[in-house]
Design a protein around this ligand. Structure first.
Ligand code: PAF
Length: 285
């Protein structure tokens, strides 16, 4: 596996691959890799001859300086996991390399970013779209792989690809969970033993909402309220939001729409660590 530290090296590597007729898969990450990431890398390796994984803790997408400072950084451990998963090149740039000058470009994804993560983390998706655009331009992948745990991020990147005519296929993979249901996340490493023991309750809250939707007795607002109350009953969990939304538009639902999938998304803090999770429910009427 090659290790590439500069934008120029990444560009040269992927342009060479293109000229040789090879398919390029890109897996953008912020490192502290877990099984969810590795599944993306393995999928990319099945479909592409060249697999680039980027590890870059992107400062422009953090609205909380402590979250950025404390984000786990384990490049050596990560590199050791990537090669056996089929990664052919690890792109590991510095902040100066990705941002030789401060970026003044601003993205506006409209209603898609005025809810949930976009509402609670001002500027977050502007930073995500900026760095993802840079990675797409530098590596010109045929396919780019993202995890559905960041449900809204996938919707934003899909809009980015359409809006800027990136010539690539976006591939999204379902969330991978620990045996007790906790969604795998790099931030899980920061949980204390107490917080880790409580963390699966987030998924329980989502499953409660899913069951209530499937039973078909309650309105979206009632489902939202019942699941939020379940989570707020645990004092160690600070629920930022739990939203019952249209899985495509991500707008809160006032009523169930026939055959339109619903996403239940949440963000919560446990012992100072912010976690997100979601489940998607098919509503058939
Ligand atoms: O999902 C992430 O880890 C990040 O938001 C991404 C897509 C790598 C952009 O920094």
């Amino acid at each position: 596996m090659e290790i590439l530290n500069t934008a120029a090296a990444l560009h040269a590597y992927t342009e060479n691959a293109r000229r040789a007729g090879q398919r390029i898969g890109l897996v953008p990450t912020m490192g502290a890799l877990h099984e969810g990431h590795l599944q993306l890398v393995r999928a990319a390796a099945q479909e592409c001859e060249v697999v680039v994984t980027s590890i870059f803790v992107n400062p422009t997408q953090f609205n909380n300086p402590d979250d950025f400072r404390l984000y786990p950084r384990l490049p050596e451990e990560d590199a050791a996991l990537l090669a056996p998963a089929g990664c052919t090149a690890l792109f590991l740039p510095s902040v100066e390399e990705m941002y030789p000058q401060p970026t003044v470009v601003r993205f506006d994804f409209g209603a898609l970013e005025r809810v949930m993560e976009g509402e609670h983390r001002p500027g977050h998706f502007n930073g995500v779209a900026t760095v993802v655009s840079k990675l797409f331009h530098l590596s010109r992948p045929h396919r780019a792989y993202f995890g559905q745990k960041d449900f809204q991020q996938v919707a934003i990147v899909r809009q980015l690809v359409l809006g800027l005519s990136f010539d690539l296929e976006l591939v999204a993979f379902p969330t991978i969970r620990e045996p007790d249901g906790l969604a795998m996340s790099s931030r899980n490493r920061r949980l204390s033993a107490e917080a880790r023991a409580l963390a699966p309750q987030l998924y329980q809250g989502l499953l409660l909402a899913k069951r209530l939707i499937e039973e078909g007795q309650l309105t979206p607002a009632e489902v939202q309220q019942t699941a939020a109350e379940f989570l707020r009953a645990e004092p160690a969990i600070t629920l930022e939001y739990l939203a019952v939304v249209d899985a495509h538009t991500l707008q809160p639902l006032t009523d169930w729409q026939p055959n339109a999938p619903v996403a239940i998304c949440l963000a919560a803090q446990l012992g100072g660590v912010r976690l997100i999770d979601n489940v998607v429910v098919a509503v058939n009427e």
